[in-house]
Design a protein around this ligand. Sequence first.
Ligand SMILES: Cc1cc2nc3c(=O)[nH]c(=O)nc-3n(C[C@H](O)[C@H](O)[C@H](O)COP(=O)(O)OP(=O)(O)OC[C@H]3O[C@@H](n4cnc5c(N)ncnc54)[C@H](O)[C@@H]3O)c2cc1C
Length: 384
Amino acid sequence: MIVPVPGDEERALAEAVATFARDLGPRVAAAEEEGTIPREVIAEVGRLGVLGMTVPEKDGGLGASSVAFALVLEELAAVWPSLAVGVSVNSGITEGTLVRLGTAEQKRRWLPPLMDGSGLGAFALTEPGSGSDAAALRTTARRDGGGWILGGRKMFVTNLRYAPVVIVLARSGEADPERPHAGISAFLVPTDAAGVVIGRAERKMGLHASDTSSLTLEDVHVDAGALLGPEGRGFGAVAMAGLDGGRIGIAAQAVGIARGALERAERYVRQRRQFGRTLASFQALRHMIARARTETDAARLLALRAAWLKDQGRPFTKEASEAKLYASEMAQRATHTAVQLLGGYGYMRESEVERFARDARATTIYEGTSEVQRLVIARALRAA
Ligand SMILES: Cc1cc2nc3c(=O)[nH]c(=O)nc-3n(C[C@H](O)[C@H](O)[C@H](O)COP(=O)(O)OP(=O)(O)OC[C@H]3O[C@@H](n4cnc5c(N)ncnc54)[C@H](O)[C@@H]3O)c2cc1C
């Protein structure tokens, strides 16, 4: 079986980002309180090359591997999960789809602002009436002269407030109850187009600095060049294929969240004393850490295996779902272990571990819930 061992270049990229993330550390609490990722932080991530790291060199990026990207997302999430998910959605599903399916003109227009730190890209699939059953979407795209008119409403769009462009999935053909996935197309919609209305930022349980907003499309006119990928086949070619890659990013984010919480808890148990000894000397607590660290390592290997398969151009749908399922569920256990290790202090806002526990909660939900990942894995096993 495959053992994806990161190479020197991949480790070097991850180390550079780890240093950057450590320096960001003191700014995180205030930004989370404020509920935004400061624009200058997005600009710094852009300058570092992280926002274009998986874009091929010929398109202006670093051309780094998916393995390197997974390691980088882990480092960001170990300090700031909100930033990690913003980068994952920008570089994974949004740029990834543009690189895979975009025309030369679409890449020329949209890749630079998604790489240079002037904004973060967004991807709008979910609607008020369709989440897990994404093919039931009702946003419409109808032809208008040489272009298209889009109408409908999208929910929970990550990065929308920072996005120069959002990929919107819409029904461009007749709805056919027998073939709900057919007739769906993807469009590159500039967020400054007339008729684009960005709703208020959702108030969430965690990931407070990550923007999650609704998108209303009021007869938005886009030109013919906005169609991304094959007309009528956007559900498979854009949405599902994009999510396969995105799920590796969320798995890596979950690994980073778990590691970030555990590192803080380990520091705490080494210095906190009860009954005349450090907490770290109690075997019950050492075993809690041993279990959580083992599960974190297992989740990282699953994420790297999926990333490695993607880099090899081999199928990775099942492996990405396995990684996302296991890593996100593991992050719930690990972050709650970290809270427990800090006792009452772990429950307090001042301890960072409570933030990691709240942030982890979203990872079993977005880019497909755990229940949906099990459906995907079971389907792949049946096909084998
Ligand atoms: C912080 C955050 C950011 C997000 N960002 C984005 C984004 O950028 N773009 C975007 O398009 N969406 C985004 N989403 C939406 C997210 O992908 C959906 O919330 C998710 O897919 C679930 O859809 P839903 O909320 O409608 O829940 P539902 O689909 O209504 O599911 C409710 C429950 O029923 C379960 N369920 C549903 N169907 C089945 C089934 N067949 N079998 C078993 N169980 C089932 C689900 O697992 C879940 O537990 C985001 C969500 C959050 C929380």
